[in-house]
Design a protein around this ligand. Sequence first.
Ligand SMILES: C[S@@+](CC[C@H](N)C(=O)[O-])C[C@H]1O[C@@H](n2cnc3c(N)ncnc32)[C@H](O)[C@@H]1O
Length: 337
Amino acid sequence: MNAAQLRAAARARAQRWLRDRGYLVERLTPDELRYMTSWSDAPIPAGQPVPQRDDPRLVALRRRYDELDWPVTAHSRWSDRSFVDFARFRGDSLYIWHYRESPRVSALKYFMFLRYVEERDHKGWLDALGEDGAFGCWTFEFPGRRPVSRDLLDSVNELTFLDRHLQLSGWDGLRALDIGAGYGRLAHRAAQALPGLRDWCCADAVAESTYLCEHYLQYRGVVPPARVVELPDVPSLAPGAFDLAVNAHVFSECPREAVRWWAEQLARLGVNWLFVVPNEADGFFTHEADGSRRDYREVLEQGGYRLVVDEPAFADPAVRELLRVHDRHCLFERDRP
Ligand SMILES: C[S@@+](CC[C@H](N)C(=O)[O-])C[C@H]1O[C@@H](n2cnc3c(N)ncnc32)[C@H](O)[C@@H]1O
């Protein structure tokens, strides 16, 4: 045996030894390795304006938020923001996970996700909204289709749910308050998809998120109808200013007293509908500073919000199981006297 054959035999022996103990070892191609070890796709193109951690605008926002001694600013999961990648905030991050596994498994999952959304996308939003991969967003391409991302697929799935229950696409003059808007994912998509949108107002209790959102919405050219409100100004929003509030993957990441603060704001504002996407497969649970989880449905009920729709984000249990995504789309309605 020559040296190469000896190495191959040793590798085969090691693989057998591991396989017999329940481990599967695969050699990745350089592209696969890059895919599995990077947090974001594609380098940032030259000339793309990139948000900066030391931007005076962010420093000023942080100062304003830090001065507040409100329950909504007592964070649990979001107390450490050192992880925020300002140039690649649409990559794999706490704002949005991309369910990444080996490239082939990811491609199969995303294709199934795409097919599921495509079948229900009666407005043609997938094609109309598109995905350009800006700010490090992972994109997936399949023959005969435009590139997709989790940002796009989640957003179209959520807007389709809202259209089915509230006929959002035909709503002239719609006004929405997005609580915990992140970098403005759904604001951007709603502004692209809904011709009758009058106002999509993004609020967040984390200064870094407000800063990124401001930057992203401007970059996308969707201001107005989208806009950002700074947290200290939320109590000054006028009652009757919003028809719908949106809360995608937020209350599950806050302490219960923060949810109570928002429920009080919603009741004060008299918002009729509240759309919630919880992180958990069942129930509604916060994330407390000590790591415990507490029910927040009763907090919303105390604020006058009654759960009227609770659906899995993927109606087909086989899709849920194969994607391993158990998100739900929930709609609360305000009790009216
Ligand atoms: C997982 S991200 C979801 C972002 C966005 N809703 C989306 O679905 O793309 C959670 C967001 O909640 C925000 N957040 C954390 N604590 C909050 C609080 N107490 N009140 C409002 N927003 C909060 C974070 O800044 C972040 O933008």
